[in-house]
Ligand binder design. Structure first.
Ligand code: FE2
Ligand code: FE2
Length: 298
């Protein structure tokens, strides 16, 4: 069979291989963009102007994320990782492992991954929140180990969104969804797509990334509020802009209060002074062992 020029699968594979799949200098470049996007004191109007805050690498990152996060891809990654078949490790072993991600960043200005987790958790602790809330702060980005498993940046970080239904224009760079093969599938492009009205987010396949993975790893050890914080902390279209409520059920509506409560700690704790790791570590060791056994499945 003769293949037409523009639909040659070989060409597509070649293009993918030639594309730089790691446009961000480091994963934190995405986190920094989100923090700038929601800088405190900004108006709604300014939020909508997010492109002014996006440099070319962040823009390229979103182009890839929106193009490749198809429903098929999400289902494949969930099958690969959510069964937790990568062995037993302690939270601390994984935190140390995640810390190896800092290699090419500037040690003077950039906080390490563990420092970001501790800063988030310490800010929560200072406000007198319950221990499980502090713990959620400490755990929330551990799913970024996906990057060390070899996943491309666009499958680890980025604003998350439901796959298998119409894309909301409240997701950043919605124009990049036109390159996603799912946008050609009419059954995925109705308001509800493959879902039922108010089916509950637990039944919705979110674009894959560090949120879903850390939720799966920790879910049976944490209260539901903390599970929501971990699972939806990058779902900005919903928790910041109120999109996708037509898929949410009453439990989601109630639990998103907690996702919203968590978000400022994630966004705004970075500018604070570096945590005195040595001094606070004993507290976190005790906190982690209050909720987790020594080794858990990853
Ligand atoms: Fe995160
Ligand atoms: Fe974070």
């Amino acid at each position: 069979m003769k293949q037409t020029e523009e639909h040659s699968p070989l060409k597509e594979v070649q293009a993918l291989l030639e594309e730089n799949q790691a446009p961000l200098k480091e994963l934190d470049e995405w986190d920094d963009f989100v923090a700038t996007r929601y800088r405190q004191g900004k108006s709604e109007e300014e939020f909508r102007n997010y492109k002014a805050d996006a440099n070319p690498t962040v823009t390229e990152f979103y182009r890839q994320n929106h193009k490749y996060q198809t429903l098929d891809f999400v289902l494949k990654k969930k099958a690969e990782y959510c069964g937790l078949k990568r062995g037993k490790k302690s939270i601390w072993e994984m935190a140390e492992y995640l810390n190896t991600l800092v290699d090419d960043s500037d040690p003077d200005t950039d906080v390490t991954q563990i420092e970001h987790l501790l800063q988030t958790a310490e800010a929560i602790r200072k406000d007198g929140h319950p221990r499980w809330f502090i713990l959620a702060g400490f755990l929330h980005d551990l799913g970024k180990v996906l990057c060390l498993y070899g996943e491309p940046q666009w499958a680890v970080v980025g604003d998350t969104f439901p796959a298998g239904c119409a894309y909301s224009d409240q997701v950043v760079f919605p124009e990049f969804f036109t390159a996603n093969p799912d946008s050609e599938k009419p059954e995925y492009q109705t308001q509800y797509g493959i879902y039922e009205p108010h089916c509950g987010l637990d039944n919705v396949h979110m674009s894959f990334g560090h949120d879903e993975y850390i939720f799966r790893v920790t879910e049976k050890y944490l209260p539901e509020e903390a599970q929501y914080m971990l699972r939806y902390h990058s779902f900005y279209a919903a928790h910041r802009h109120g999109a996708y409520r037509h898929l949410m059920d009453e439990l989601d509506e109630a639990m998103f209060e907690w996702v919203r409560k968590f978000n400022p700690y994630d966004l705004y704790s970075k500018g604070r002074e570096r945590p005195n790791t040595k001094e606070i570590l004993p507290y976190y060791r005790e906190l982690v062992s209050e909720f987790f056994p020594d080794k858990i499945d990853w």
